[in-house]
Design a protein around this ligand. Structure first.
Ligand code: SAH
Ligand code: DHB
Ligand code: MG
Length: 226
């Protein structure tokens, strides 16, 4: 009997369901040609982010960790012509590649890429007193995940959604003796989520072309309700 692995299933599903693979495949090919690491979300995950954004009627999305803009394209397509994605990226080179990919995907005009360490860009963004973001997608340096969630809370409203990529880390998140800083950061984040009354959260484990991982899905509570 032929056996199939997670990547085979992801490829099959992506071919059937993800749609418009030309534009997104072109972005991934550009990333590869420019030497960016292939650590984007998978096609099925990108589509999923897009569908979540559509499901909640998101018009304003904040992303932390742009890379070449692959996930950004999916989010930007969801917010509509009048929507906005603000995406934060540390590496100027990544931001430049993302700018090209987003323009070629036809969504460049609805994406604001801000170059710099996110913990420096976030206070600048906050000082602009922006309209609350409907969705925040956190996918940058994992050690700062709890800091990013704290910032996301300042920049959102009740019922906004906060998603954090890569928290399961091949299962290592269950290891309380792990010395890996990214694993410790995942565990710290889960402690924060389990105790902070401002958020209601779960983690969905995922398998696929990017291996075994998972993401936090959190909704901002309305703590002012009686
Ligand atoms: N969301 C992208 C993948 C992001 S990879 C996608 O799915 O297509 C993580 C990105 O975070 C990298 O481009 C990395 O340069 C960036 N990054 C790392 N540390 C950062 C920081 N302190 N501030 C902002 N971006 C950071
Ligand atoms: C890495 C980062 C990611 O956001 C991801 O999805 C996979 C890997 C990394 O830094 O290795
Ligand atoms: Mg990721």
């Amino acid at each position: 009997m032929t056996t199939f692995d997670w990547a085979d299933v992801d490829n099959y599903l992506a071919d059937k369901l993800v749609g418009d693979r030309d534009t997104t495949a072109a972005a991934l090919a550009t990333n590869a040609a420019e030497g960016l690491p292939a650590i984007d979300v998978s096609a099925a995950q990108g589509k999923f982010l897009h569908l979540i954004a559509r499901s909640i009627g998101a018009r304003r999305v904040l992303e932390i960790g742009t890379l070449g803009g692959y996930s950004t394209i999916w989010l930007a397509r969801a917010v509509g012509e009048k929507g906005l994605v603000v995406t934060l990226e540390f590496e100027p080179r990544h931001a430049e590649v993302a700018r090209g990919n987003l323009n070629r995907a036809g969504v460049g005009d609805r994406v604001d890429i801000r170059v710099g360490a996110a913990l420096e860009s976030l206070p600048v963004l906050g000082a602009e007193d922006p309209e609350p973001f409907d969705l925040v997608f956190i996918d940058a340096d994992k050690v700062n995940n709890s800091n990013y969630v704290q910032w996301a809370l300042r920049l959102t409203r009740p019922d906004s959604v906060i998603i954090v990529d890569n928290v399961v880390r091949n299962g290592a998140v269950a290891d309380d003796a792990s010395t890996d800083s990214a694993v410790q950061a995942s565990r710290d984040l889960i402690d924060l989520l389990s105790s902070d009354p401002r958020l209601d959260a779960t983690v969905l484990q995922t398998v696929g072309s990017k291996g075994w991982d998972g993401f936090v899905y959190a909704v901002v509570n309305d703590n002012t309700a009686g």
